[in-house]
Ligand binder design. Structure first.
Ligand code: ZN
Length: 75
């Protein structure tokens, strides 16, 4: 049993294709691939969350400024 296109995984020892996302022998995801995916997803979520927070804060301050300016003009 010697497949030239399969490489043994260092973490579990099973021979798996380099293009595979998970081990065919034990089903575990490849650590490097899964870690990079998780970090990417968290980074994007964190960036999007910060942008949404910033936009919400800026729109709140702007609306309050317009509201206060309108009140002052009425008085
Ligand atoms: Zn395995």
């Amino acid at each position: 049993m010697n497949y030239p296109n399969l490489i043994p995984r260092p973490d579990c020892g099973h021979a798996v294709s380099p293009q595979a996302e998970a081990c065919v022998g034990c089903g575990r995801f490849f650590q490097l691939f899964a870690t990079s995916l998780t970090v990417d997803w968290r980074g994007w979520a964190w960036t999007i969350g910060r942008v949404v927070l910033a936009v919400a804060l800026i729109s709140y301050v702007l609306s309050m400024t317009v509201y206060i300016a309108g009140m002052q003009r009425l008085n």
